[in-house]
Design a protein around this ligand. Sequence first.
Ligand SMILES: NC(=O)c1ccc[n+]([C@@H]2O[C@H](COP(=O)([O-])OP(=O)(O)OC[C@H]3O[C@@H](n4cnc5c(N)ncnc54)[C@H](O)[C@@H]3O)[C@@H](O)[C@H]2O)c1
Length: 367
Amino acid sequence: MTSDVISSKELHKIDPVFGQLSFDNHEQIVFCNDKDTGLKAIIGIHSTVLGPALGGTRMWNYNNEWEALNDVLRLSRGMTFKSAITGLNLGGGKAVIIGDAKTQKTPELMKKFGEFVHSLNGKYITAEDVGMTTADMDLVREVTPYVTGISESKGGAGNPSPITAYGVFMGMKAAAKFKFGSDVLEDKSVFVQGIGHVGEALVEHLVNEGARVTIADINQERLEAVKSKYDVSIYNGQDIYSEDMDIYAPCALGATINDDTIFKLKAQIIAGAANNQLAIEDKHSRQLQERGIVYAPDFLINAGGIINVYAELENYDKQEIVRKTENIYNTTLEILDRAKMSQVSTNVAALSIANERIETRKREQQK
Ligand SMILES: NC(=O)c1ccc[n+]([C@@H]2O[C@H](COP(=O)([O-])OP(=O)(O)OC[C@H]3O[C@@H](n4cnc5c(N)ncnc54)[C@H](O)[C@@H]3O)[C@@H](O)[C@H]2O)c1
């Protein structure tokens, strides 16, 4: 019997999906497999209360399936709250493809993935995330309409990353206004960790504003390419978390604020694009609050991308995309103020607003 070899503490191993810590009453989890193309993917649908579950597809070389499942569960849940707080009529979903995007991604694999998305009849709508490009979404579009983030030439809103970066910049400015009394970032030292699609565009805004920017990435070529374009310093140290800085902008992967890093952090503000920056939401958001570090919730300030792709579904134009993204500044300030007044963490304040919207819609649907 399985229970003979697995202790109760390891229940997640015998209840590998619903028993996961990151499982949060997700509506549906779809495992996709195709032998011919080598596709192994998981689609997570967390909630469809506010609308179809929209969220990007990430291709990543996960160490194992647990990591992939954990990622899709956490990311899809985050999308529910991101759309809710941004006022979009969308639910939360996300997909992960297990594999190396540089060597294992083929047009056939992308189209097969698109067929799986199509089989869900619009309950899940995909878009790009780490390891994906608009060209990949164009391939998915060949087999299903349930995809956003396609090229402008094909009627899409194009690459969402510059808009995401603009929203992060707005959220960062709002956090600066709250913490320093002014939203001007001139002379503030900002560390941008991860200078990919979003990180680089964020660097541009920061440099234009006169911030002192340090960039960090595991990809040396990216570092040199970005350094050649902007007045920035490359981080060469061993432990970014211990460095003196005003603002830490995580723009790589999630969970960088964790038990190992949280007490080293000297930054006064955390504002970045990465999803799920807090390894354990409740605990780490409370610890940041106790330490007086202003955390601009990731799912709030990185919503520019979803605002951009939502335009493809709702047919609004670039001007409206920019207006909605600029509003991230106001929402962030409102949440930081609310957290201070209610003496809760900024994450809790943001989640409570998102949950209010979801619960109201649920009540309306039950009438
Ligand atoms: N692209 C969007 O519109 C969008 C929207 C919302 C959220 N996000 C999130 O923002 C983050 C960045 O997205 P992106 O589209 O720029 O991805 P990207 O793949 O273009 O860039 C990620 C960068 O991070 C670097 N990186 C990876 N691990 C690192 C590490 N340990 N230390 C330093 N650098 C590291 C990579 O080398 C790469 O340059 C992701 O977490 C993504 O989920 C992106």
